[in-house]
Ligand binder design. Structure first.
Ligand code: SF4
Ligand code: SF4
Length: 57
């Protein structure tokens, strides 16, 4: 399980600094989560102003 950042992302970068395992990096026009590194903690969702990180089903 991992969180995924949707296209709602405005690339503000707030989530990257709050991820305890540094799983978030800047991608092409938005930030992306490395699924193999993410520990599903949900911190990124709490720091995002547009609610872009979502838990994957
Ligand atoms: Fe990082 Fe936690 Fe978000 Fe996964 S859910 S990307 S571990 S902040
Ligand atoms: Fe994108 Fe939200 Fe992360 Fe900002 S905090 S880079 S809007 S996912």
């Amino acid at each position: 399980m991992a969180y995924v950042i949707t296209d709602d992302c405005i690339a503000c970068g707030a989530c990257a600094g709050d991820c305890p395992v540094e799983a978030i990096s800047e991608g092409d026009g938005k930030f992306v989560i490395d699924a193999d590194t993410c520990i599903d903690c949900g911190a990124c969702a709490g720091s995002c102003p547009v609610d872009a990180p979502k838990p994957q089903d």
